[in-house]
Design a protein around this ligand. Structure first.
Ligand code: BYC
Length: 327
């Protein structure tokens, strides 16, 4: 038994594992090989993946709620059809991710239970309300934009099933981002009231979108180890910086103003400087104190309870099918 401590901010890992196996595993990861479900892996690697993948899955599923809220109120049949398809895509992403996590030996029920009991996290971003139609544009543009930034590198994450799930997710997220930006273009070029709505949505979603990337690197207990294991391929701050740099010209094109007086191009670093994120707000939302956190969890629990008959019917059907096959 030995203990590895990567740095002061990294959680110490208790490893009671064969050092030769650990060494071979580390070498495979360092050589950019994919780790597959039946391969040996350190327990902490498995746990980190279950944590991240299941939280990612929960985010996709809870993420259906803010947008689902607008399906019946979308301003045209075309917008309804697009939004409906997008929200269905998010359900699909959740399912691929739950399946990827199941390959690590955890059951769907365990993961759902962890979400409903408040043990498992989901992205802070989905604890903010969608007040106007412009919020649907801002979510596609900013939230899906941030999601792509985070998920493109995950296509090369070291765990095979997670990486493969991300390939399709990223393709769909690109469509989502474009549909959001297209809504923003329509609003930004619309009436003064529509432009005001677009600016208001940007004002409310900008900072929570930056928070999606997680705490700053020097306060991120998981980053160093996850980078070494190539679960994460870029750090929280690196991805946040890229997102700011890509999004600023998009806001300029829309004629909208990012609500950050400190946002300015820094020639020396080749990127934008930006203002201080309100980390107290972030941690409060992580603790479950977000503006609509209670509502989100109630909606998920209700959906689970209301769907019990579907799960029962599917299980009964499968039992019958197996009995028939055996006879
Ligand atoms: N919200 O050490 P850190 C979508 C937690 S879905 C809540 O940096 P890590 C979409 C973190 O879990 C978007 N909690 O952690 C869907 C950790 O706590 P635990 C979801 C957060 O894992 C529908 C603690 O803070 N995307 O885009 O190395 C419609 C310390 O953080 C957050 C993913 O899940 C947060 N924002 O890095 C539209 C991507 N940030 O677990 C769009 C996959 C941090 O130790 N996940 N925490 O108790 C990741 O890439 C990483 O898990 C994170 C965090 C970058 C999020």
């Amino acid at each position: 038994m030995y203990t590895t401590e990567m740095s002061k901010t990294v959680k110490p890992i208790e490893v009671a594992e064969d050092p030769a196996l650990v060494e071979a595993f580390e070498a495979r990861v360092a050589a950019d090989e994919f780790i597959e479900p039946k391969d040996w892996m350190p327990d902490a690697y498995r746990k980190t993946l279950v944590r991240q993948i299941s939280q990612h899955a929960h985010s996709e599923i809870v993420g259906m709620l803010p947008e689902g809220n607008w399906i019946t109120r979308a301003p045209s049949l075309r917008r309804k059809a697009i939004l409906l398809a997008k929200v269905q895509d998010e359900a699909g992403h959740g399912l691929y991710l739950y399946c990827a996590a199941e390959t690590l030996g955890t059951s769907r029920e365990q993961m759902i239970d962890a979400l409903h009991s408040g043990k498992a996290k989901y992205s802070t971003i989905f604890n903010y309300p969608t007040l106007t139609w412009a919020d649907i544009g801002a979510i596609g543009w900013l939230v899906d934009g941030a999601a792509i930034m985070n998920q493109v590198p995950l296509q090369r994450t070291s765990y095979g099933p997670y990486a493969r799930a991300m390939v399709r997710v990223c393709k769909e997220e690109s469509f989502h981002q474009r549909q959001g930006y297209e809504i923003m273009i329509a609003l930004a070029n619309g009436t003064p009231e529509q432009r005001r709505m677009a600016q208001d949505a940007l004002n409310r979603w900008w900072w929570p979108s930056l928070m999606m990337f997680g705490p700053p690197d020097d306060n991120s207990p998981n980053t160093e180890r996850s980078m070494r294991w190539r679960i994460k391929r870029e750090t929280n701050d690196e991805l946040r910086q890229k997102f700011v740099d890509i999004t600023k010209p998009q806001a300029d094109y829309l004629g909208l103003t990012i609500p950050d007086a400190a946002l300015a191009w820094n020639e020396e670093k080749g990127g934008h400087d930006y203002g201080e994120i309100d980390w107290e707000e972030f941690y409060a939302v992580v603790r479950g104190e977000g503006p609509v956190a209670r509502e989100r969890m109630e909606a998920r629990r209700k959906a689970w309870d209301d769907g019990a008959w579907v799960r029962d019917a599917a299980a009964a059907h499968e039992a019958k099918r197996q009995a028939k096959a055996a006879a």
